[in-house]
Write a protein that binds this ligand. Structure first.
Ligand code: SAM
Ligand code: SF4
Length: 372
């Protein structure tokens, strides 16, 4: 029954998610890299936001770039599994890769994330491309399974990249082999140590995708990577797929313990969606705004509206093998794809919050705007 005790009933720590959430919030306030994975970071991109809201169609200042759709691992949970088949196996031609970097620099792009698709380090020119992008003053991220970030790359990456993040997912080599279906855990850990030890300003992080197989390794992996000397661990899990109650509670209990590893040399980050375990989205916005902020250049040359459109053809706005990025951006194909885009058919969108925020900024029109 709801009565005057509603404040008592609804405040404080009622669930395990809230308990762990409060514990996390307390340590997050002391992080060296605060809000690293927070969607609200978009609000710091004031110039881009204002230009977009003003109707400008400028090329984005940030892109994702897949050098390769080939992967030497075969993760059981991989969202891009369908892109790794032997029939596909695309890699950007090195000349195209380098030309794209030049074009991005000319277009005023400020940051490039090298990711996949597949494993970016299966392309022989990825480290060269990262150095070229950095040479143009762009910030560069690399998300990798770590198996091919060999010690001989460590010094170069530490100097050129802004961040490198290993998707390690297990402390136990057998568990890692079960998840990534490759028996190379020892080499990855040696690569990680070498990278953390090398000289340079780049941050070195690790990602841990918690699921039913590795949940018991959550704390152990945090310990392992902290011992390797990395800057942080990021814990994340499925998005848009309901995690069953028992597993979710187990995750939260493990995370409550993993948080204890956080100190002045090591940050523990938890991606927000783990706390709410939400699976539904109602996209009330008039159109997708995010597509104007971070497109993806795929390994087959396709340019996609966003990361989540990588596996479908209805988000392809052009191809860098035949067309310049500037032409693609202002071209007919992009115009048509956007005109036909049906948000109800989009996969669970990890940029839903940004879309809501931009829609609000662009169309707030309440008659009583002086009240808040
Ligand atoms: C697809 S991988 C590509 C780059 C590289 N091969 C790697 O593993 O880091 C990029 C990131 O996506 C994450 N990922 C893969 N499948 C996912 C899923 N189903 N949900 C959320 N993240 C996923 C991986 O854990 C990894 O950190
Ligand atoms: S290493 Fe990365 S791209 Fe390869 S299967 Fe695993 S998550 Fe997917």
């Amino acid at each position: 029954m709801i009565n005057e005790d509603v404040a008592t009933l609804t405040s404080g720590i009622r669930t395990l998610a809230e308990e762990v959430g409060y514990k996390y919030a307390a340590i997050e306030r002391t992080h060296r890299f605060r809000f690293l994975f927070d969607p609200m970071r978009l609000l710091t991109q004031n110039a881009q936001l204002l230009a977009y809201l003003d109707g400008k169609n400028a090329f984005p200042t940030s892109v994702e770039l897949d050098p390769s759709n080939v992967c030497n691992h075969d993760c059981s949970f991989c969202i891009y599994h369908s892109m790794h088949s032997a029939e596909r196996g695309e890699r950007l031609e090195t000349t195209v890769l380098f030309r794209v970097i030049e074009e991005l620099a000319e277009l005023g792009c400020q940051s490039i994330l090298f990711v996949g698709g597949g494993e970016p380090m299966t392309h022989p020119a990825t480290v060269d491309a990262i150095e070229r992008a950095a040479g143009h003053g762009m910030s560069v991220g690399l998300v990798t399974n770590g198996s091919r970030v060999f010690p001989e790359h460590a010094a170069r990456l530490k100097q050129a990249a802004t961040y490198v993040r290993f998707s390690l997912d297990a402390a136990d080599p057998r568990l890692h082999a079960r998840l990534h279906r490759n028996d190379d855990h020892h080499r990855i850990v040696a690569n990680l140590r070498a990278l953390a030890e090398a000289d340079g300003p780049c941050t070195v992080g690790t990602g841990f995708f918690i699921n039913e197989v590795n949940v018991g390794d959550t704390v152990a992996c945090g310990r392992l990577v902290k011992d390797c000397g990395v800057d942080y661990i990021q814990y994340k899990s499925y998005s848009g797929i309901a995690i069953d109650r028992e597993l979710h509670e187990r995750m939260l209990r493990e995370l409550a313990e993993a948080i204890e590893l956080d100190d002045e040399t090591f940050d523990v980050h938890i991606v927000d969606r783990i706390f709410d375990n939400a699976v539904h989205q109602v996209r009330g916005y008039s159109r997708c705004h995010w597509q104007a902020f971070k497109p993806v250049i795929g390994a087959d040359g396709s340019v996609y509206l966003c990361a989540q459109k990588r596996t479908s053809t209805d988000g392809v706005i052009g191809n860098v093998n035949t067309t310049s990025l500037s032409e693609i951006w202002h071209g007919e194909q992009r115009r048509q794809v956007l005109a036909e885009l049906d948000l109800k058919r989009c996969p669970f969108c990890v940029h839903d919050r940004q879309n809501k925020l931009i829609e609000f900024l662009g169309s707030f029109a309440a008659p009583h705007r002086a009240f808040f």
